[in-house]
Design a protein around this ligand. Structure first.
Ligand SMILES: C[S@@+](CC[C@H](N)C(=O)[O-])C[C@H]1O[C@@H](n2cnc3c(N)ncnc32)[C@H](O)[C@@H]1O
Length: 286
């Protein structure tokens, strides 16, 4: 009897030791190495670049992140383009984001239509935020898919970083239209003669940045090309080279038009320029 009791005590001590070991050593190791994810039972939140242009400009890391994601937020075109990697995923409606009015004071909007849109955005965005949070709380991995470098004029993605800052979103880098257009031009964009600086900008800021004639890469959004050239002509010599890269990253559609500030308007006269065009100005193009 004495021997059996001794053995039992021994086993009890072993259990206590194991419990203390798990609590003090194993749990903190998992907690530290995995972030709060494992410890709190929460899922992870990713912003993933799918590259630009054709699907083959996606990265292996992006594909890997998609494979381990449960919930996807993306545009319809992305879902179609990458259908084979998105089979069996749960989708949330990206159109609910209404990112243009994020943290805007709707009540201060004077125009009635804009105010109504702002209120509507706030409502649908609230729903989307709740859906994302509930997926994360259920331990699911959520990925927002976007095109280009999500952190270059990434208006549609910026708000996720603010709203979900507590989740420490991880960003998967990707090919920007800037990278694809550089390749289409085939010249080192930082090899200018007057200056080697490269400014990524929009029409709104070219004036204050034009001193020293840096190479400018102009993200056009909905800028009228005539307005852009007219402005550039006041800031750069008229013989300065300019190039337009259309549909960078699309093997079939990509096209480059080169000229000078003097000639370029005539070269594209009558053309309706698509959203996907990037404008380069600078003597590196000579
Ligand atoms: C809001 S910015 C987004 C850029 C994106 N974050 C990136 O890194 O590619 C959109 C502008 O980028 C340029 N752009 C986007 N895709 C393009 C493409 N495939 N070819 C040329 N320019 C493109 C156009 O000037 C467009 O108006």
């Amino acid at each position: 009897v004495f021997e059996t009791m001794k053995e039992k005590k021994h086993v009890e001590w072993k259990i206590v030791f194991l419990a203390v070991f798990i609590a003090l050593v194993l749990f903190p190791i998992v907690f530290v190495s995995q972030g709060s994810v494992v410890a709190t039972g929460k899922g992870k939140f990713y912003l993933v670049s799918m590259g630009v242009g054709d699907p083959d400009l996606i990265t292996l890391r992006a594909l890997d992140t998609i494979a381990k994601s449960d919930v996807i937020i993306c545009r319809k075109e992305t879902r179609k383009q990458f259908a084979k990697y998105l089979k069996g995923k749960e989708f949330l409606d990206i159109s609910k984001a209404g990112w243009r009015t994020y943290r805007k004071d709707c009540l201060k909007m004077e125009d009635e239509k804009s105010r109504a849109k702002c209120e509507q955005d706030r409502k649908t965005r609230g729903e989307l935020i709740a859906e994302i949070r509930s997926a994360i709380d259920a331990g699911k991995t959520v990925a927002v898919l976007g095109s280009g470098d999500l952190l270059i004029y990434g208006g549609p993605y910026r708000w996720y970083l603010k709203e979900f800052a507590d989740l420490q979103p991880r960003i998967i880098p990707g090919v920007s239209c800037f990278n694809a257009a550089n390749a289409a031009l085939g010249t080192d964009v930082a090899s200018g003669k007057e200056t080697r600086a490269v400014v990524l900008t929009t029409i709104r800021e070219i004036e204050k940045l034009s001193q020293g004639h840096p190479t400018m890469v102009i993200f056009t959004m909905f800028t009228k090309f005539e307005d852009l050239v007219a402005k550039l002509q006041t800031l750069y010599p008229s013989e300065t080279p300019i190039a337009i890269v259309f549909y960078a990253g699309y093997k079939e559609k990509e096209r480059v038009v080169r000229g000078t500030l003097d000639t370029i308007l005539g070269q594209v006269r009558g053309e309706k320029l698509p959203f996907e065009h990037l404008v380069y100005v600078g003597d590196f193009l000579e």
